[in-house]
Design a protein around this ligand. Sequence first.
Ligand code: NDP
Length: 242
Amino acid sequence: MSNAFITGASGGIGSAIAVRLASDGYDIAATYCSDKEGAEAVKAKVEALGRKCEIYKLDVADPKAVNEVFAEAESDFGGFKVLVNCAGAALQKLFTDTTDADFERLNGINFKGVFNTCRCAVPYMVKCHEGKIINISSMWGTFGASCEVLYSATKAAVIGLTKALARELAPSNIQVNCIAPGAINTKMNNNLTEDEKSAFADEIPMERFGKPEEIAGVVSFLAGSDSDYTTAQVITVDGGLT
Ligand code: NDP
């Protein structure tokens, strides 16, 4: 079994992915940005499953930091056949209130971050003639959300990168896919009140928010050999909303 490099592993979805891939038998390189405690909790859970886990502080928007941390992790693990890009940030604002700084921040984390890590991960995968890149986009990246124009656009960019990179890397036996989650119960939605969450849930055919584990299950499929002929896809996991 191989190793997985997961960004945003301190978050709700990323930590569920780390635990699920560890239970599938992967050793895990887990990155966090500010929540070291969250990352340490993930490390403890992965190690309890008998797998190796190292945690790395990383701002994915910083290409130099990504190069350095990825090189350090490659030296710790010997290389990664699975890359999961889960780091992300949200922003709810009217389009006309969106600033240049908002653009730089959100584009840096949600899109440039994926670009940065993929560029680091691909050479080893090409050398092995094997690899899986799994990017966490959003249903808003395919559908578009009012008052989340910038977020939706960065997540759409991730889908564009996924589809193009998948075609470029297909001859090297590397599959590149995207997951587009709907509303998932994590701290990313903590800005919503209970009443707002309940009103949103009423609009979802499944009548509830998703669980991080329900995204991790799809990552497990995309990381494993059952997905060897699946590439350039966007798998929406949104309880039927879009
Ligand atoms: P969380 O807020 O729980 O986790 C976000 C993760 O991203 C954390 O690990 C955080 O690190 C990390 N992160 C934030 N900024 C940076 C940065 N500059 N560099 C590196 N890492 C960073 O949210 P979720 O788990 O819900 O989100 C995970 C992914 O799923 C995101 O890409 C999000 O856009 C996507 N998504 C989430 C949905 C939802 O409803 N929850 C719906 C659709 C998509 P730390 O906490 O250590 O600072």
